[in-house]
Design a protein around this ligand. Structure first.
Ligand code: ARG
Length: 294
């Protein structure tokens, strides 16, 4: 009908204006040329048959403490029609709660030893943090879906050593793709289920790495609260880490071990635009290959 057509044209006009405004905004962070190039590359990464090919963004738990800023950065992508798959942690939040209950968080080689009590609290905290992010996005008019189960299937990593911790064996990407097709950002938490339905805790960096292996996105981005990685001794922010040179030390870090795709940046939420739409990017870049000279 005519009124429906009119309404539809209004909606697409306003979306177009929206997109134009944001594209103009982007020109303030990079040159027109680079911004346009990356917009083009990222926009053509996905289509309705492969809707989840743009990016996997892993959000460190501490970043969720500034959830409004984070939601703005993600909304920005959403407004230009880019749908990242978002996976968050909630380690700091979980620690403060279990510590308040008199439990001392226990890690072996970076993996949280998870007993029944810890898992019980983790489920609650992860869900709360997930809904907090989804709520902040929706408040900005960015559609988002909480996806808190059904994606990761796992076996016990080592039941005696770590307790209720999963090693991901299978990923079902259909819920993510359905979410994006429906126009909503998929927001995942890093809990898995065993074949028999036992919920298992999974390190969020590792889950993000596994997700990236499955989806093979153009970009994998790790957000932390500090905006990069810092040298252990000098305290300086690192510009680039060369995986092959610093392999042994870095391989102890779960986010490196499982994110071995080329060029993995670690940045803060507010530099997401700069990372994506400029040549120089932001934060600390981890890549394969030796540096020749600098
Ligand atoms: N914007 C480009 C991309 O997303 C380049 C990013 C380079 N990143 C960096 N941290 N140096 O592929």
């Amino acid at each position: 009908t005519a009124p429906a057509r009119y309404l539809k044209s209004l909606a697409s006009d306003s979306r177009q204006t929206d997109r134009d405004t944001i594209t103009r905004l982007l020109y303030s962070i990079g040159t027109k040329r680079e911004v346009e190039r990356y917009l083009r590359i990222f926009s053509s990464s996905s289509d309705s048959s492969q809707p989840a090919k743009f990016a996997v963004i892993k959000i460190g738990g501490a970043v969720l403490d500034q959830v409004d800023e984070l939601a703005l950065s993600l909304s920005f992508l959403y407004r230009v029609g880019l749908y990242p798959v978002v996976l968050h942690g909630a380690g700091p939040q979980l620690n403060s709660i279990i510590e308040a209950e008199g439990i001392v968080p226990d890690y072996i080689e970076g993996v949280r030893v998870t007993d029944a009590k810890t898992l019980q609290i983790a489920r609650r905290v992860f869900l709360e943090e997930n809904l907090k992010l989804v709520g902040a996005l929706e408040k900005l008019g960015t559609r988002a879906r909480p996806i808190t189960s059904g994606v990761f299937t796992a076996d016990f990593l080592d039941k005696d050593k770590y307790g209720l911790v999963g090693k991901i064996t299978r990923i079902d990407k259909r819920p993510l793709e359905a979410s994006i097709r429906a126009g909503a950002l998929p927001i995942l938490t890093s809990l898995a289920e065993s074949e028999s339905g036992q919920i298992l805790n999974v390190n969020a960096d590792i889950a993000a790495g596994e997700l990236a292996k499955e989806l093979e996105p153009l970009k994998i981005v790790f957000l932390n609260e500090k905006g990069g990685l810092f040298h252990g001794v000098s305290g300086e922010k690192l510009d680039v880490i060369n995986l092959d040179e610093e392999y042994d030390d870095l391989m102890k870090e779960p986010w490196v071990k499982y994110g071995t795709k080329l060029k993995l940046p670690v940045i803060s939420a507010d530099s997401l635009q700069r990372e994506l739409f400029t040549d120089s990017g932001a934060g600390t870049l981890i890549r394969r290959g030796y540096k020749l000279y600098k």
